[in-house]
Design a protein around this ligand. Structure first.
Ligand SMILES: NC(=O)C1=CN([C@@H]2O[C@H](COP(=O)(O)OP(=O)(O)OC[C@H]3O[C@@H](n4cnc5c(N)ncnc54)[C@H](O)[C@@H]3O)[C@@H](O)[C@H]2O)C=CC1
Ligand SMILES: O=C(O)[C@@H]1CCC=N1
Length: 283
């Protein structure tokens, strides 16, 4: 997690939707290291998830299913509003809150496949920014791409960058790169977890118990990721360090490379981007 510069205090923030992604970001914003104007106001759909914040001194939660004005109430007087509902709900939520959004309010959407222009059409006067985070944000180890729409000032983009720095690393990109950020890092944790699932299944097939397979596979993935971070070495070098000439790894790597991972990853990322484009067309 990156700590903010001494002077920066994040503005009064409202979050519409605190599920997998919004919840991860909220966890970062609630860290004691983060200076943010309080309270953070949030909405969830269900009263039960809003009730999880009962008694919190830093968060006030409203439930959309029991309070039809929940989203309007949450964004009232907020200087920054984060939209973290499903992509197909963004336009409806934007419409719903439009009357409460003062000119200049920063509205940041984390939704895949919803353009700044589409949100700006519902919220004239807002400064619209897109962000594409990922779920390791929950641990302060996220990666986020941030892109401002034409309505957003450089200061607004910088504020959003600082906000996402509370939950990990941030790169500022052009909006036309956001779908690619989603394909690489937004969805990226899922690809890695798929690897873990498949490797665990293969270990079970080789006779290990589920507990043994969990220790072997989870430990290998987390230890290797930490080695990548802490050693500062290139992944190819780290791979070579394991791959003794004429040894065992070499044989497995040859089999894996035979599956043409370059082409496979190109196809996977292209499918991801294609889905963002479909979402943008409302499909
Ligand atoms: N899950 C992920 O890894 C990532 C998700 N995103 C984006 O984040 C957005 C949210 O996705 P998830 O968090 O995965 O979904 P989710 O289903 O876990 O969370 C959605 C949240 O919206 C709330 N909600 C539903 N209807 C509402 C309403 N009418 N008013 C207020 N809140 C309402 C739900 O209670 C829940 O808190 C999506 O647009 C997705 O594209 C972006 C990057 C990564
Ligand atoms: O699967 C999705 O649509 C979202 C966007 C990036 C990660 N999860």
């Amino acid at each position: 997690m990156t700590t903010q510069p001494e002077t920066a205090t994040l503005p009064r923030t409202a979050m519409i939707g605190v599920g997998s992604m919004g919840g991860a970001i909220l966890a970062g914003l609630r860290s004691p290291d983060v200076r943010i104007a309080l309270p953070i106001t949030v909405t969830t759909n269900s009263a039960a998830s809003a009730a999880e914040f009962d008694g919190a001194s830093d968060v006030v939660a409203y439930a959309a299913e029991t309070d039809p004005a929940a989203n309007q109430t949450a964004v009232r007087d907020a200087e920054l509003v984060m939209l973290a509902v499903k992509p197909w709900m963004i336009a409806g939520v934007a419409k719903e809150i439009a009357a409460e959004i003062a000119p200049g309010t920063i509205v940041v959407s984390v939704a895949a496949g919803v353009s700044c222009e589409q949100i700006e059409a519902e919220l004239p006067g807002a400064q619209v920014v897109r962000a594409m985070p990922n779920t390791p944000s929950h641990l302060g180890r996220g990666v986020t791409g941030v892109a401002g729409g034409t309505s957003a000032s450089a200061e607004a983009v910088e504020t959003v960058r600082q906000l996402f720095e509370t939950v990990g690393d941030v790169i500022v990109v052009r909006e036309d790169q956001i779908n690619d950020v989603a394909a690489v890092s937004g969805s990226g944790p899922a690809y890695l977890f798929l690897y873990v699932e498949e490797m665990t299944a293969a270990a079970l097939r080789r006779g290990f118990t589920p507990e043994q397979a969990r220790v072997l596979v989870n430990g290998t993935v987390s230890g290797s990721a930490e080695l990548l971070v802490q050693s500062g070495e290139e992944p190819a070098q780290l791979r070579r360090n394991v791959t003794s000439p004429k040894g065992t790894t070499e044989q497995a790597v040859l089999v894996l490379q035979d599956a043409n991972w370059g082409e496979l990853f190109d196809r996977a990322l292209a499918a991801n981007v294609r889905r963002s484009e479909e979402l943008q067309r409302g499909e």
